[in-house]
Design a protein around this ligand. Structure first.
Ligand code: 5RP
Length: 295
């Protein structure tokens, strides 16, 4: 039996307006509580940004360089990521269930690098995503690609089930080999993903006019790292994207193919969360890398 509460000195703060803080993420204020809670496991509420570690490449590329052994090469990096993007196969087999941050689950697949990549279908059921307690579901969208409509429908189907259960959807704008990577194309692809319900969008950074891509997309944008660059170049790209309005990075090869992945992910964090300038972040990378070498 609960104790009787007969204290007279209660303070109801009569006259104090109920606190109601806007949600910190662009375009996300009207979402339901569960969706916001999951997005807060991807984006750091203090900086409003994220360092997503992307290791899902195996779903069409097999054991690509740096991902030959996820247990050896990736697990030690996890504590420096805000969230992990991976397939359910790697998640179940290799990622410790004690990883307490958001999981962004690769939900589409089908063709390998040997075939037409835009011919993807949904490759995982929402029930499994729920069972795996994921924060978001990622799906490739091939605007202008051979199977454009099919890939858009893959995304809209995920948006529908995601809304039902409060799971976010990440629209991944995939650029075909023959397509021009410019701001005009990225504006088109990102805006289509957002209009059709993506909670946030991943795209590639373009040096000319990237601020128009972020400005015209009503939900957060994160950039993929793309092909491996020199570390300083990758840090510059991340810095420029953040300055142009990106809410973070979804970076894979530029971290796990770096000469010193642990140092690189920490340097990327400096740029993303602290707005550190690339040259200073690079010095930080070198210091960490050299410490490791001399240890
Ligand atoms: C693969 C992906 C990757 O997650 C994405 O491209 C990020 O990785 P990287 O930084 O290596 O480009 O979506 O299809």
């Amino acid at each position: 039996m609960p104790e009787k509460d007969d204290k007279d000195a209660k303070d109801f703060h009569v006259g104090v307006p109920m606190r109601c803080e806007p949600f910190f993420l662009r375009g996300s204020n009207s979402l339901d509580w569960g969706l916001k809670n999951r997005l807060a496991k991807i984006f750091n509420p203090e900086s409003g940004r994220t360092v997503m570690l992307a290791i899902d490449h195996g779903y069409f590329q097999g054991p690509t360089t740096g991902l030959e052994r996820v247990d050896v090469n990736i697990v030690p990096l996890l504590r420096f990521s805000d969230t992990l993007m991976c397939t359910r196969g790697i998640l179940r087999s290799t990622i410790p269930p004690t990883y307490g941050k958001g999981i962004v689950l690769r939900m589409s697949g089908g063709p390998s690098v040997l075939k037409e990549l835009s011919n993807e279908q949904l490759a995982c059921d929402i029930e499994d995503a729920l069972r795996l307690n994921v924060a978001a579901m990622a799906v490739q969208v091939f605007i202008g690609g051979e199977h454009e409509t099919q890939s858009v429908h893959n995304m809209t189907r995920l948006v529908d089930v995601g809304q039902r259960y409060g799971i976010a959807t990440l629209g991944v704008t995939a650029v075909g080999r023959e397509m021009v990577r410019d701001a005009k194309y990225m504006r088109l692809a990102c805006r289509i993903c957002a209009e059709l319900g993506a909670s946030y969008v991943k795209t590639y950074y373009v040096p000319e006019g990237f601020e128009t891509v972020t400005a015209s997309c009503p939900v957060p944008i994160v950039i993929a790292g793309g092909k491996k660059l020199e570390e300083l170049e990758a840090l510059k790209m991340a810095y420029d994207a953040i300055q142009a309005g990106a809410a973070g990075v979804d970076m894979g090869r530029n971290i796990f193919q770096s000469e010193a992945p642990l140092a690189m992910i920490q340097a990327v964090r400096k740029v993303v969360h602290e707005g550190e300038r690339p040259d200073r972040a690079f010095d930080y990378y070198l210091t960490l890398r050299n410490q490791k070498k001399s240890a």
